[in-house]
Design a protein around this ligand. Structure first.
Ligand code: SF4
Length: 276
């Protein structure tokens, strides 16, 4: 099976691209995926989340081999990857008082919570499982990676690890676009023919981190709605409909904020107005 990196070498759709267009800002989508503009800054939460994922992946792979990682082992994996991920970022920015060292220390408590609340000992089917599926009607395949797939009796679940500044509200998992995209992908993959359960394992980035399991499941109707949304995004992108979402929640952290300020003076903006 190809890795996610290999699958990304070919033209494709990803959950995050669709989510950026639909739920964040279509202009941010354009800067990132179409114009491939240089990022002005990268919030430290991004490499932090990646390194946490890698550590959780290492632990899940160890469990599959019948071994449990200790907290120091897991923290070493995190620390190494966090440094590498930070070094690869453009203009890394930290929130007040944060640094690579303070975040590395914070991760120790979060990994401790992950180990203390780990519940998947004998049911892991796969870890870091890359997928590529054809959503009917889309011009490019949808690619992604399930963090972990587990099976309890007849029930298959996709598990996704998240780090979050605060506890998730009730109902957040039920509305989450990633769960819909990945459930659809799983249904479309060969031999499956069923919609899996989806579980987010959310570790809070707080003083006393907690790990909560948030379960959700999609219906066929949810997947049909996803399909139509994805087709609509593809069509809008072909027609270059990219507009600033002036009050988007992600403006504050946007890595293209300066370019966005100039947008109305650009040929891209004029193109939309001329076409209207
Ligand atoms: S600053 Fe806000 S409106 Fe502008 S591209 Fe970024 S997210 Fe979109």
């Amino acid at each position: 099976m190809a890795t996610l990196l290999e699958l990304r070498e070919e033209p494709h759709w990803s959950y995050s691209a669709l989510n950026t267009y639909l739920n964040m800002c279509s202009l941010k989508f354009a800067f990132q995926y179409v114009y491939k503009a240089e990022s002005e800054r990268t919030a430290a939460s991004l490499p932090f989340g990646r390194a946490f994922h890698i550590a959780a992946t290492h632990h899940a792979q160890s469990v599959m081999q019948g071994k449990r990682m200790t907290l120091p082992e897991l923290h070493d994996v995190f620390a190494q990857w966090f440094k590498l991920e930070c070094a690869a970022c453009t203009n890394l920015t930290f929130k007040n008082g944060e640094s690579i060292n303070s975040l590395t220390e914070q991760a120790r408590f979060m990994l401790d919570a992950l180990l203390a609340r780990w519940i998947d000992w004998n049911n892991i089917v796969s870890v870091a499982h890359a997928f590529k599926v054809q959503v009917p009607g889309l011009g490019k395949p949808l690619v992604g990676e399930y963090d972990m797939v587990i099976k309890d009796g007849e029930t298959t679940s996709i598990v996704d690890w998240k780090t979050s500044a605060a506890r998730w509200s009730e109902g957040k998992a039920g509305r989450d676009f990633q769960a819909t995209a990945f459930s659809f992908a799983y249904l479309l993959e060969e031999d499956h023919g069923m919609i899996p359960l989806f579980r987010f394992d959310v570790v809070t980035k707080t003083k006393n981190p907690s790990l909560e399991n948030h379960y959700t499941q999609r219906t066929k109707d949810d997947l049909y709605r996803f399909q139509l949304l994805a087709l609509a995004v593809e069509r809008a992108v072909k027609q270059e409909v990219f507009l600033p979402a002036e009050t988007s929640f992600c403006c504050g952290d946007c890595q293209f904020a300066s370019a966005c300020k100039e947008w109305h003076r650009s040929s891209a903006a004029k193109h939309i107005c001329m076409a209207a």
